[in-house]
Design a protein around this ligand. Sequence first.
Ligand code: HT7
Ligand code: ZN
Length: 850
Amino acid sequence: PGAIRLADYAPPDWLVPEVSLDFRLSAGSTRVTSRLVVRRNGNHDRPLVLDGQNLKTSFAMLDGEPIDVVPVGERLEIAIVGDAAIVEFEVEISPALNTRLMGLYESEGRLVTQCEAEGFRAITWFPDRPDVLSVYTVRIEGDAALYPVLLSNGDRGAVETGLAGGRHAVTWTDPWPKPCYLFALVAGDLSALRDGFTTMSGRQVELAIWTSAADVPRCAHAMAALKASMAWDEAIYGREYDLGAFNIVAVNDFNAGAMENKGLNIFNSKYILADPETATDSDFDGVAGVVAHEYFHNWTGNRVTCRDWFQLSLKEGLTVFRDQQFSADQGSAAVRRIEDVRGLRAVQFPEDAGPLAHSIRPDHYVEIANFYTATIYNKGAEVIRMLHTLVGAAGFRAGTDLYFERHDGQAVTCEDWVAAMEAATGSDLGQFRRWYEQAGTPRVAVHERREAGKVIVELVQSQSPTPGQAVKLPVHMPFRMALIGRDSGRRIGEERVVEMREAVTRVEFDAVDEPVLLSLNRGFSAPVIIEAEASRTELAFLAGHDDDPSARWEAMQRLALSVLATDDDPAALVSAVAATLMDGTAGKLDAAFVGEAMLLPTESFIGDQAAMVDVEGIHRRREAARLAIATGLEAEWWAALRTYSGSGTALTPAAKGARRLANVALAYLVGAGSAEALAAARIQYETAATMTDRMGALSALVGTDTPERDACLADFHARFAGNNDVIDKWFTVQALSGRPDTLARVEALARHPDFSITNPNRLRSLVGAFAANQRWFHAADGAGYRLLGDQLLAVDRINPQSAARLAVPLGRWRRFDAARGALMRAQLERVTATPRVSRDVLEMASRALV
Ligand code: HT7
Ligand code: ZN
């Protein structure tokens, strides 16, 4: 399929300042009448071009006169003589048959829309591009019993009751011009948790979170997060909410996490519904983070939107950065930063190192849905974070103020963003712009020497070629570093923020009169891979003394990686773990940090460090190290379990940290294999007050071959039958198991009555999770790859976006031995050779094969 290129961008020939839509709803056949006020944009004689997909057009009119329309593929051209016109259509669509979950679709009897990126064209004829902004009036009419609640963007207007056939209607108007990807409609039998918020200028906003009546109490955490986000955006960015109502709807069938439609956010229920019984601490954090993210889009995405989809990171990178800042402010900032870095390195670094690498502003794509990636989102956020570090908090605020002042109501580019930052702060961001163009993760090699009482450090940056980008130029980045006394364990002098620009940057620390160790890339100030020599003793020392939490955690990770790369005795790692655990028990470190630092790097992350992934060797060495840590510190783990368990259901950072550390302790104890540990896990499972503790026990048991495991798995399924988000956990925990029968179990689970490929969450919970199980997905006979290929092709007929995501793990074929590589390629080739495979999947599989 043909690529769309940034270089071919041209402004829209016709603008649509006003749109009126009238929906006559029914699941089988919805009639959509549209009235578009169109205006010629510039001096040309080109026709109005509209997009449409699977639309049955019953009539079209131009300035009140019927016209014949003949679509060519998914495009329609209408020749217009004057400079303005009214274009009207009536189309018929079928939400019940829409399994792609784009456009208007049915989910559990409700009707819901998803329009980003290009779903509006499946609702009616329209120039479906983000640089066409319109004011919308929307009338929704439907059966009053089936669809008692009718929602759309903006503020609610006229209500019509008692219409013929038991129908009713509501009209909504949204005064803020918006691109069609932000349009939304929801209809169904919904109940709301209601609240209110008074904005900084004293306006009242009615807040409502809509779900089934039974789930209303489970929306409280999301509501609290929404109000906290509204207050935070006012305090930190001076941004106020701009409508009288803010509605959120939770749905079970959703392709992504959530959607920021103006005034009517639609969420995957996984990111709204939470109570201690059913949601883990990390689920609670996920709810707050995603609610904040979607709310923050109101300014970064909605009031100022993207000119074209190449600029996606303009809204996504910036909004992820803002939600990360918010979450850091709400809890333990250090642990949040470590979690964000762990996520970035687990997903984005491999993406940047493989065939799917692309810059945060790509210059071509085939299917835009394939570009909602960790690079656009998470590397995009790292780029914004670097800007924040370079210009400082006050400069950054001046930059965002200017950006909003210049571009409110516009569809703009990443260049407009950087230019505003530059103008507001007077900084030169010329070279910084390379981050937007270059794909791949830079490497920074660190060389250190002593010279006449000085410590001289040379930072050498380099970058390997990525597909289609052979030459890489040095990038501008802030590199935070400090010296730690090798004897005292204290920081020597001030931390430096070194601005790296050249290939080689020389840094001098004067008058250093004691031996030192380098604390590098503190706070993970630049998203790079560090190459620095350090002995295990030095790493263990930094893991015990570095005063920057990210650098301290990183020292422990590097120590673990060094030990896990060989068959050496893991004693050095065991004592570093012991020292950190003791610092926690002595109250010198908070429990959440200790829990984080105790976690060994995952098998995939260990694999990412080597040129070729040694699947069996990594698993064997990591299991051996886990056992050594478990048995070598058994008494300490029991003490930690006693100290940290029983923290109730509170969601304070201290209680969450305690639960985390207690569950790490339990996992090690179960790994050591004593009958007492199995009994403790079983008791914790049965008496848990929180899902965190219940899942902690279940995850510890799932890798064992014990009656406790089988009993707890069976109980879990029975106890939470019907709760989708929890049953997803039941699938995932089994898919991630280290047991040798995991593949057979996953095959059986794929035939389980609760499994369904039509629900994206369920598909991800089993097949997506299994593909992250390095040991068993990469079974040498290729059975894991076949399972993925089978599922991918089956899903593609139903939901191409879901299917395309499943191709990603196969794209790592170059990193494995020849036999596995060939088996992975064989699945990708099978996919590309399948007749009528979707454009989404074809693009992903073809790129993955390169
Ligand atoms: N901006 C939203 C993106 C999104 C999406 C993209 C493709 C297909 C379905 C989708 N649902 C939502 C989500 C966000 O970043 O806030
Ligand atoms: Zn977003």
